[in-house]
Every structure is written in C-alpha cells, then in structure tokens.
Design a protein around this ligand. Sequence first.
Ligand code: HPA
Length: 269
Amino acid sequence: MEELGRIERAAKRLSGLGRPEVAVVLGSGLSGVFPLTRERALPFAAIPGFPTPTVPGHSGEVAVGEVGGREVLVQRGRIHLYEGHSLADVVLPVRAYARLGVRVLVLTNASGGIAHGLEAGDLVLLSDHINLLGDNPLRGPNLDPLGPRFPDMTEVYDRGLRRIAHQVAEELGLRLKEGVYLATLGPSYETPAEIRAFRALGADLVGMSTVPEAIAARHAGMRVLGISCVTNLAAGVSPAPLSHDEVIETSRRRAGDLGRLLSALVPRL
Ligand code: HPA
C-alpha cells in the first residue's frame, strides 16, 4: 500500500538519527522547552513524506538525543488539520515513529481552559478526549501491518504513565491537573455558545491538535501521555478576546516548568 511505503521511507530516514523508544511532540510555543544532549536533528523538509508546517511558532524539526541517559526523539512543531493537510499527513510522523520502534508517545499542546477553576498557565494531563474534528485518521483502507480496523479507545491516555507523571510533578513541586480535551478543526477560535456546548459535553480543555496523533498512536499500539498547557481561558469564560499571540506568550512563559517536568519524566517512561 502506498501509504505504508511513505511511512517506511520516513522511518528509514529517521533511523539514521537513532533508535529511540520514547518520542515527545512539542506544540505551539513549546518547541524550546526540552534540551537534549548529543542532539542530531532533521528539518521536516529533509524527511521523505513529512508535510511542512505553516504556522508561526511551529518550526518543524525532528531531533534525537539523550535526556537523563535515555535516548529520546523530540518533534518540534506539528502539522494541523486546519492547515489544509489530510489527517494521513497529520499522523504520518507518529506512524513513522511507531515503525522506528517508539513505544511511548508524549503529546503536548496549548489549549483553552473550559472547566471552572482552570487558569491560564495551568499544566493539565489529558485523561481522555472528545473528537469533534469531523474526521478520523484511520478513515480509509486499514493499514493492517500497523494495527486493527477497529482499535479500542477505552484508555487512550495510559493510566500507568499518568501515575508516573503525577509522581514526578509532585517531586518537582509542580501542580499538574487532569482533564478531558476536546479537539475542534479550527482555525477560528470557538464562540462562547460553542464553549458552553463543549462544557455540557464533558470537555475541560479545547484545542486544535493531539487527537489525531493519539488515535493513530493507539492504533499502532503505542502508549500515550498527553500534557496540555492552558494558554488562555476559552471564549466567553473570560470576557477578553482570544489571540494567537497570547497563546504563544503563555506557552513560552510556562515552557520552563514543562521542560523540567519532561526532563525528569522521560527517563522514567
Ligand atoms: N481554542 C482552541 N485552541 C486553542 C485555544 C482555544 O482557546 N487556546 C490554545 N489553543
């Protein structure tokens, strides 16, 4: 199948960087959080089949290096559905990591806070998600060598990994909440009426990423951890209008703590 060939070619190119078993995807404004030693990096454009991100704040490179003696792959920047790419493009990196031998995927993102009590700057572990993208990365012929036609999604965000993340956060004195992430297509932010509807549906956070990658990763049998930085209160929760500048500014402000969390967490995953 053509798509499998594309995934294999990307994985082969990445195998020149190393054989990591843990991968971390860094979202909006978070690219700089995570220093690696002995880093080797490739821009997306140098990896066959990788699409090119177009959003400011998403630089687009894949690096392999070490943190705490553990080899790790770090993806700086990501592809979003709203950029016009297909979901197959959006999840291609994650599938390539699965073929490379990555077993644990950490997905980070910036989100709007819906649940009462959330504040801009909060770090929140994803406990579950709601897919309102109107599409699914597994639509189309199933890629049998990757995973089953109808994969279970009862526990997308691994309970054991979440327990470790909570332990590490506590050791570092960092507050880490937990919540349900709802994915919308974007790129317009939500209306206040949409946010009230999402709250009624059970969403605590809203954003425009992560869910496709999490579904594709579970399909391929990877264990997934999701960490969100609440960069703003969702539309109508606070009276202020939303802006991408605010999203980037808040995530940059919180990048230090997220970096400390990841640096301590990754060697223990
Ligand atoms: N809505 C959607 N996506 C987001 C938001 C938001 O409020 N903040 C950061 N990403």
